[in-house]
Each structure stands twice: as C-alpha cells, then as structure tokens.
Design a protein around this ligand. Sequence first.
Ligand code: NAD
Ligand code: MN
Length: 371
Amino acid sequence: MTEYDIAVIPGDGIGPEVVEAAQAVLAECETRYGLTLNYTTYDFSADLYRRTGRKITAADMDEIGMRDAVLFGAMGLPDVRGPEGLELGAQVEMRAHYGLFSSLRPVRLFPGVDGPLKAEKVDMLVIRETSEGMFAGLADEHEPSDESASDRMTITRATSEKLFDVAFSQARARRKRGTPGHVTLLHKSNALRSNVLLEKVFDEVAARNADIGSAKYYIDAGSMYMVTDPGRYDVIVSENIFGDIVSEVAAGLVGGLGVAPSADVSLTHGVFQPSHGSAPDIAGQGIANPTAMILSAAMMLEWLGERRGDDLATRIAHAIQGAVESTLAIGPRARDLGGSAGTREVTDAVISALPPQVDSGRREHVAAAGR
Ligand code: NAD
Ligand code: MN
C-alpha cells in the first residue's frame, strides 16, 4: 500500500480544470492499484487576491511543505497585480521558500503529435538550475547607467553538486522505463570561469555515478545538436539561463505547451505543474488540454517513487504515461493538437487506457505504446 499526502493548489483560469482532470486520473489509479492519496486543497489564486487581498504567506508554505508533494495547476491573471506591479504567482514564491533549485522539464515526441523535425524520436529531460547561474546578481546593488550595465553569473559547488545529483538520479529513474541512463552537461567552460567550476563539479559527480553515462558539450554546439540530432540526449543539465533557453527549444520540438509537464524540485520538496499558465482565453469552456497536467501528476508519482524507493508509485507513473501516450496516438485529440476533443473527453480516454494492473511484468504496455 502506497500512501501520500498531497497539497493541491488549483489556481486560476484553466488551472482548476486541468487539476480536476489529473485528480480524476489519479482517483482511478487509487481504485485500481492500491494507491492512497490524501489531498489538502489550498485556494491560493490571483482571483482570491482580487476578491480578498489574501495571498500565500511563509506560514502557509511551511504548512504546505509538510505534505509529501504539491500538485499545482496554474496561477496568475494578467490584470491582477500586487503593489509592485508584478503578477501573483505562488509558484515563484514556493521556488524561493523551499529552495527549489532544479526545474525538471521533460519533453517527448509522442506518436500522433506532429513536431517540426524529421526526427521521430525525441525523449529528453532538461534540468534547469533555478537559483544562481546567470540570475545570481538579481539582488545586486547597481548604479543605473545608459553607458554600461552588467549581470553576474555565479556557480557554487554546493548547488552544483545537488543539481548534478538530481540529474544522475533522474537518469537512473528514467532508465527503468527504457531510456539509456545518460546525462549531458551543456556549458561554456571555454570562455566563462564560473563554467570551469561547473564542469569540474560535473566531472566529480559523474565519476561517483559510473553506472550512468555522461557527456559534455559547449552550449552553442549542444543547442545545434538538439535540433539536428535530438536522439543523442537523455537527461540534459545546465545553468540557469542556458537551461531556460534550451528547455523551451526542447518544448518546441514536441508540439508545445499542452503536452509539456514540469517539476520544480529540491532534495526534499517538489511542486508539480504543467509548463503552461492559466490560459484565460480558453478558461471555463472545458477545452483545455489536460495532458501536460496529467503528465505532471505522473512526474509527482515518479519523483516520490524514486525518493522513497517505492516501486509501485514508479509503476503507476509509467502506467499513466503509457495511457497518455496511447490516447495521443489514437485520439481523441484536444484542440491545440488539431483535434476537437474537450478536457473531459481526453481525460476519460486516458482513464480508459490505464492498464487493469501495474505489476512488474506490465512494462510492455509502455513499450507497446512506442517508447
Ligand atoms: P498560457 O500558457 O496561459 O497561454 C498561452 C497560450 O497557450 C494561450 O493561447 C492558451 O490558450 C494556450 N494554452 C495554454 N495551456 C493550454 C492547454 N492546456 N490547452 C490548450 N491551450 C493551452 O500563457 P499566457 O497567456 O502568457 O499567461 C496567462 C497567465 O498565466 C498569466 O497571468 C501568466 O502570468 C500566467 N502564467 C502562470 C504560470 C504558472 O502558473 N506556472 C506559467 C506561465 C504563465
Ligand atoms: Mn523561460
């Protein structure tokens, strides 16, 4: 019996719609596979702030952080702003509060989805560092000037070691479902001192993880390979700005936001959310593609499975991924992918595609779906 306490923050716009879809899929997994999820739902949203002035506090995040994981829809409405003129975004506050230094952004070209490349296989996890690197100087003192301006790239050993540990353990977790078990560092140590340290720490961590293959490319050549030869990548890890850019190139390779999940994690905390926002333009119509959110929920179970050594959680995650994959292959297809199905129809199809059981012998469900 696998049991977890999950904090749920549905948020704004299509957030609650896709969270409901993911919870419907998870509820079916509870019925079928001996999983128990105890939810606590938190109503933090830009809409709540507009109505009441209430926003997430450090005390809220301390409480939320006691749960095993956070399932997050999307938060923010363009016309709801705090006193400094910035949008409300609990996801940004949680990143700082929990020290979520790595953003995991997996992309896969699913059969049935048209990407812009000839390549028929794209299956990679981009890990972007999110606490230092090129954004390290955000709070630095600076004299405003029209003649010169600077930013600062800082790499620390402590964060880099944690980041690379995550990269290698993710490669190990992915390998259980048939990926090669390989980590590539994208960097610029030929020209940036900070990246000399980044590369040095990478080499040390790679040596401690000899069961996982590794490679290093300069970020410029490595970016070209993403487009010309994406099959060479399994896990990609990079610093803050390189990872930001490369993760969005990666999403563009596989059909866009509706199928792109993400997870912001530290060694102790995880916030699982789709890559997209609240999509106010389609909210309330029941037409949002729930795929990215459902895949984010699967990432949550995969992360819990890896951290807790819980093989059942890992297998349920893979079952959800397989069900999403066969739904993308045979339809019904959501509108952003050229179909006409609504949120509920896609969700029901994913639920029907779940296997009756997830025992260790059920890997062929995933393999059969074309991985
Ligand atoms: P968005 O991702 O919400 O929408 C961009 C476009 O993609 C829209 O046309 C939308 O209809 C479409 N789209 C997004 N998700 C979709 C889905 N699941 N199915 C079908 N179509 C989908 O980005 P935006 O419009 O720039 O931002 C809207 C709001 O969301 C803003 O307030 C922004 O700050 C917020 N936002 C929040 C997060 C987050 O919570 N992590 C991330 C990005 C943006
Ligand atoms: Mn970005």
